[in-house]
Structures are given as C-alpha cells and as structure tokens.
Design a protein around this ligand. Structure first.
Ligand code: CO
Length: 134
C-alpha cells in the first residue's frame, strides 16, 4: 500500500541554527521557512535527490511538537511520511485493522498542499507515521 518515502521530519528548537548546520556542514539545499499555523509549526525542507528532510520548529502556544522537544532537548526524528495513492482507502483499511488515526480521522492539508493523516506511534514500531496522498 505505501509508496515512496516523502520525507523524514526532524523537530528542532531553532530553525536558523538547524538550517546553518545542514547548509554549512552537509552542503544541503534548503527551502525558505514557511509558517503553518494550522499545524503549529514552521517548516523548512532539505531537498535531496531522492526524498526530503523536513525541519519542524514549534509555532504558537499549543504546538504539537512542544512536548517532543521537552523530551528531546537537542531535537530528533519526529516522524516519517510515506505516499499512498488513495489516502481515504488507506485510512479505512488501517482503521478496519484496528490502527489508530490521530485527530478526528479526517485528512488535513499538509505542508505540500496535499491531504495527510498521522498514525499512532504505538501501532507503528514506536514511530509517528504520516501518510500523504501521492
Ligand atoms: Co511531515
């Protein structure tokens, strides 16, 4: 069911510092920061030939990554995102198997303007897993 790896997301406290590490040390190509108030994060993408890395910095009072950064002061891998051909079919199949879909269970528009869903880490090897409509 899952297709390409769309991105790996890393939560960071300081987007500018994180961007400098990847630019200066790793020679990475980065996008400009984009605020996503509806997701409580500001995002920068590292563009790679075969996939992307997403840096997430908390935005606003109730950022969903605030707790993660309390536990992981240096930042860390927050989630992975796979593409699926039909996000509603994927959701229905997973729910029928007992997997927990976060939020109200309906896709939200994600960082790339496409519908996304998040699956509970306890159902997927301790890893928060995002599905994005391909
Ligand atoms: Co993501």
């Amino acid at each position: 069911m899952i297709g390409r790896l769309n991105h790996v997301a890393i939560a960071v406290r300081d987007l500018a510092a994180a961007t400098a590490v990847y630019k200066d040390s790793l020679g990475a190509t980065m996008t400009e920061p984009t605020a996503q108030p509806e997701h409580g994060v500001t995002v920068v993408f590292v563009t790679l030939p075969n996939t992307k890395i997403e840096f997430l910095e908390p935005l606003g009072e109730n950022s969903p990554i605030a707790k993660f950064l309390e536990k992981n002061a240096d930042g860390g891998i927050h989630h992975i995102c796979y593409e699926v051909d039909d996000i509603i079919a994927a959701r229905d199949r997973l729910k029928a198997q007992g997997a927990r879909v976060l939020g109200d269970g309906n896709p939200k528009i994600g960082a790339h303007g496409k519908p996304v869903l998040f699956l509970h880490p306890k159902d997927f090897l301790g890893t928060l897993t995002e599905l994005e409509q391909a």
